[in-house]
Design a protein around this ligand. Structure first.
Ligand SMILES: NC(=O)C1=CN([C@@H]2O[C@H](COP(=O)(O)OP(=O)(O)OC[C@H]3O[C@@H](n4cnc5c(N)ncnc54)[C@H](OP(=O)(O)O)[C@@H]3O)[C@@H](O)[C@H]2O)C=CC1
Ligand SMILES: Nc1nc2c(ncn2[C@@H]2O[C@H](COP(=O)(O)O)[C@@H](O)[C@H]2O)c(=O)[nH]1
Length: 320
């Protein structure tokens, strides 16, 4: 397979069928719910917190709360008391099994559960999917990952996942490729294409998106939703620490497998970066929505569906 990434591709316009880009609709359905945009902030401690989750849910945007030092029971109670969508992450450790049991007992079943581990094509994920299904039946939508191959997508779907998350090592603060030699870093868009051919359920493209146009490219190659860290990490509301250098405000953005998140230097596969603060989160959402509406118009349609079949070229040299 030819390995290519976001910057190696350009989508080719079709004849326009709208008079204004405001006619283009960026809505996407995942499970039982329809959201305003096919994007979700990464479930990382420097990207999302309870306040942002609540704000996104109220705005009808998809979110996945992270799983680090976090009281899922209290969070779900609070969100459900406001009739908001509930979406949490779990790992595969004993405490994660207990959490599923406790949530079931308390009748606090989340709308979405993301099983979030580095190497998601694993027996541990198979067991966790079975555990969730045993307790919650089909009342929750299970997203499982992360994976990198069609076989992994087929297995996770067969084990009961409702959606798979694709991307091992393409992230901005990821060092998996350097530390292990493995992953989709450098060819993430190719991996999305390859995996989506095997998928019968939605795929979430996770990591490696660097500009808004990468959302349309992910959709063209088979993603239903895009998980994004670095583009969402540096806003006034972002949970990362503030750092000021020469009167310019930055936010810390670090990997979930970095020493900063883990609190120890064991199996480190993530690093920390400073990103300049770019304003309010909702301003970025607004800009992303407008850019995606433009993408839909260039695709010659009125909905995201139009993007899925546009022609594209692979550039001889990267356009960046
Ligand atoms: N998308 C990506 O490319 C990556 C994402 N991450 C993120 O970092 C966070 C921490 O991930 P993770 O370490 O998996 O979570 P956890 O620390 O919760 O570990 C989950 C379990 O999987 C084991 N494990 C982790 N990596 C591997 C592996 N390569 N092979 C076999 N077993 C493994 C761990 O044991 P033990 O630690 O003892 O091996 C542990 O039992 C997550 O949020 C994850 O999404 C991390 C790396 C890559
Ligand atoms: N290899 C690692 N990947 C990580 C780590 N923490 C998070 N991630 C992944 O990155 C994406 C976000 O990528 P971005 O390019 O949009 O910034 C996130 O959703 C995870 O899948 C890590 O420590 N190591």
């Amino acid at each position: 397979m030819y390995a290519f990434d976001y910057e190696d591709i350009q989508l080719i316009p079709n004849m326009c069928v709208v008079n204004s880009r405001s006619e283009c609709n960026t809505f996407v359905t995942l499970g039982k719910h329809t959201f305003k945009m096919p994007v979700v902030p990464a479930n990382m401690a420097t990207v999302i917190n309870e306040e942002i989750s609540e704000m996104l849910a109220k705005g009808n945007y998809f979110y996945v709360m992270h799983r680090f030092n976090f009281d899922a029971v209290a969070f779900i109670k609070k969100m459900k008391s406001q009739n908001l969508i509930t979406s949490i992450s779990v790992g595969v450790k004993p405490q994660d099994y207990k959490l599923i049991e406790e949530l079931t007992k308390l009748d606090l079943i989340p709308d979405y559960i993301t099983i979030d581990i580095a190497h998601g094509h694993a027996n541990s994920v198979k067991k966790m999917i079975a555990h969730i299904r045993n307790h919650m039946n089909d009342k929750t939508f299970i997203i499982a990952g992360n994976v990198a191959t069609p076989q992994a997508v087929r297995d996770l779907e067969y084990w009961g996942a409702d959606a798979t998350k694709v991307g091992v090592g393409p992230g901005k603060v990821c060092i998996t490729k350097l530390k292990t030699g493995f992953g989709t870093g450098g060819w993430q868009l190719g991996a999305i294409k390859w995996c989506s051919k095997a998928a019968t359920k939605p795929i979430i493209a996770d990591g490696g998106l660097r500009v808004n146009g990468d959302i349309a490219k992910s959709i063209r190659f088979g993603a239903t939703m895009c998980m994004i860290g670095s583009l969402f990490a540096a806003h006034e509301e972002s949970p990362g620490n503030n750092v000021t250098i020469d009167n310019v405000l930055f936010k810390e953005y670090y990997g979930s497998a970095s020493e900063y998140n883990k609190g120890e230097k064991r199996y480190v596969e993530g690093k920390k970066e400073l990103i300049q603060v770019r304003g309010k989160l909702m301003e970025t959402y607004q800009e992303m929505e407008e850019d995606l509406q433009s993408s839909i118009s260039y695709a010659g349609g009125k909905t995201l569906k139009a993007i899925k079949s546009v022609d594209y070229v692979i550039l001889k040299t990267s356009n960046f």
